[in-house]
Structure formats: C-alpha cells, structure tokens
Design a protein around this ligand. Structure first.
Ligand code: FAD
Length: 323
C-alpha cells in the first residue's frame, strides 16, 4: 500500500544536516511509491526546502517562528503536531540525533503510536519493510516490523545512503503558520564549545585516541593524521576521564555514536561500552601495543605496536601519496 511519509529535516547554522537526506531515502523505501513530505521547523529556514526536494522529497512544509530559532521539545512538538494534524501521515521518519532522540518519544506518546528507534538498515520495502536496530549496546541486532497503526522510526545517522542529488527535481515548498505558546523553557543564549574542524557525528574519517595516548599532548599526532585525512578526532571515555580531552569527543554507549567510512582507534582497549559507539564503522583500523586487546576482534586491520611510532609512519606515507 502506498503511504504518505513525513520526514523531519534538521538544519544547523543555515545548512541542512546530512541526516535530513538519509531520512528522505529511508522514507522513500517505506512509502511504496507514495508521497514523501519534508518538514522543516525553525526560523528563516524557508530557503532550505528546495534542497530536501533535490534529495527526493515530493514537497516540503516549513514552520517558522522566532520561538523555534533554537530547539525546545515544547516548541518543536507544537510545530510538528500542527503538521501532523494537517497531513495525517501513515509514517514518520526522524534522524536518531540529539534532537530526534528527544522529540520522537514525545511525539509518539502524543500520537499513542509505537516507535522503532535507532534503525541502522531497512530490509524490504513498503508494507514488507523490516527495520534492523542494534540492541545490548550493539552486541546483537534485532529485526522489527510495524504491526499496526502509524509507523514511526528514527534512523541512525551515516547508515542509510542518501539518494543522489538532483537539482532538476521540483516540488512545492509551503509554510504553515503555527502559534507557539506556553513554552516551559526558553533558550536565552547558546554558548558553543569551540571545537576545531570537522563535526564528529558526521565525519567520514574518525581518529580516536584512548588512555594509551597518555596525555593531552599525546593527541597531537592523531590531530595531524585527522587533518591530513580531513577527519575528526574522537576519544574513549578512558581518555576523557583522564582529562586528555573534552567529553564532547567521547564515543560509545554514553557518548556519541559514529559510523564513518574509516575509524582509526589508537590506544583504545575495546571495551563493550566503547564499541557500542563505533562498531558499525565501515572500515576499522586498530593500533594497540597489546596483541590480545579486545578492539582487534572488531578491527578490519590490526596493527600491534606503539601508536607513537605507528601514527608518524602513517603520516609520512600519506604525505608521500598526497605529493
Ligand atoms: P584502557 O582500557 O585503559 O585501554 C588503553 C589501551 O591502550 C590498552 O589496550 C593498551 O594496551 C593500549 N596502549 C597503551 N599504550 C599504548 C601505546 N603507546 N600504543 C598503542 N597502544 C597503547 N567507554 C567509552 O569509551 N565510551 C563510553 O561511552 C563508555 N560508557 C560507559 C558506560 C558505563 C556505564 C561504564 C561502566 C563504562 C563506560 N565506558 C565507556 C568505559 C569503558 O568500560 C572503558 O573503561 C573505557 O572505554 C576504556 O578506555 P580506553 O580503552 O581508552 O582505556
């Protein structure tokens, strides 16, 4: 049966995040040839609607309001519920991002629907779609099917490939006026942590350091390698706890979940809580002095050695290739 699927896009600093395009691709799979409607909530986001259409949305609805400039669950849920009321979709797709993780349970409870969260792959299409999601910190995967009612899923970033960008696609971008009232929280100011370079959650290459890096200065060769490969720096909780780096870099069960094309783990033992955040990476390279380290069990390439010798050698070789 063809479905109307509503997809929530996410913008940051005036541009759509990749996850917006990945959710459109997921929506296409489950729509059975039906309609994919993009939704953008914020302030001054009208101009981003076309980009969602170029990536496969059939039309886009924007909800703009000064109170929606920053995300609050109260504001966004009022805006999204107004779109839901107008569109009455058969299915909803959000990104499994900080925003999506916060907003989706609230919306699901308002709609009295189920929620299939953190989907990493979709097998089959349309009504036969089966959703795959990690359980037990990524130790196993379960396959879930929606039995009845509205289908609501959140999709883990970097797992479902976006459709190809097609600038010739056209579609309607309309705005919906919603009165945003009774906000219990108001964001007065956002103070950003100054993090250098590439955004860790969307990076294609991640160089992660653990306690084996031994100090904050020990991250310098990792940073040089990340710069060369256009990647981002990540860390284990061991490295964060030891104050070698900021907790915003932590990857794992209680940190960020990343799925880059290349993940290099340097001086990380491979605790289950760390692997929950990186084991879905496409290629994993582990550098560890201990040949018995657990990280080698998930690594595609393992290098037994001292990271302070191995990483400079990698840097030298990559520089040779690049020149
Ligand atoms: P270690 O386990 O100490 O490993 C250091 C590794 O470095 C060793 O394997 C050693 O052989 C290697 N090494 C040392 N020197 C060198 C060198 N010169 N060259 C190469 N290798 C070297 N952890 C996370 O990462 N993310 C999480 O989100 C997370 N959440 C948690 C949640 C809970 C509820 C709990 C209980 C724990 C959580 N942890 C998490 C902690 C986790 O259990 C581990 O303690 C942590 O991941 C260990 O960090 P590490 O691998 O850097 O340190």
């Amino acid at each position: 049966m063809s479905k109307k699927v509503v997809v929530l896009g996410e913008a940051r600093e005036g541009a759509l995040r990749n996850v917006s395009f990945e959710t459109i691709a997921a929506a296409k799979k489950i729509s059975g040839g039906g309609e994919v409607v993009g939704v953008l909530i914020g302030d001054s986001i009208q101009s981003l609607g076309e980009e969602m259409i170029h990536y496969g949305a059939d039309r886009v609805i924007t909800v703009e309001h000064p109170h929606l400039k920053q995300y609050t669950s109260d504001g966004y849920s009022q805006a999204f519920m107004a779109v839901h009321e107008q569109e009455k979709p058969d299915a909803i797709v959000f990104g499994h991002t900080a925003l999506g993780k916060d907003l989706s349970p609230k919306i699901a409870s308002k709609l009295a629907s189920g929620l299939i969260s953190d989907v990493t792959a979709i097998e089959g299409e349309d009504d036969a779609a089966v959703f795959i999601r990690p359980i037990y910190s990524g130790k196993a995967f379960e396959k879930v099917k929606n039995k009845e009612g509205i289908l609501f899923i959140t999709v883990r970033p970097n797992n479902i490939a976006p459709l190809e960008h097609d600038a010739s696609r056209t579609g309607e971008v309309t705005s919906l006026t919603v009165d945003i009232t009774n906000l219990r929280t108001v964001i007065k100011e956002v103070i950003r942590k100054s993090t250098e370079g590439v955004d860790l959650s969307e990076a294609k290459v991640v160089i992660a350091g653990g306690r084996g890096v031994k100090s904050a200065e020990g991250f310098a060769p990792l940073q040089e390698l990340a710069n060369l490969l256009g990647g981002a720096i990540g860390a284990s909780r061991g490295a964060c706890d030891a104050d070698y780096c900021d907790y915003s870099l932590q990857i794992g069960q209680t940190g960020k979940v990343v799925t880059p094309d290349l993940y290099i783990a340097a001086g990380i033992s491979g605790a289950i809580q760390h692997m929950a955040g990186m084991s879905n990476s496409k290629v994993i390279v582990a550098i560890n002095k201990d040949p018995e380290a657990n990280i080698f069990k998930v690594a595609d390439y393992g290098i037994v050695g001292d990271l302070f010798e191995v990483i400079p050698m990698m840097i030298e070789e990559i520089k040779k290739i690049k020149t």
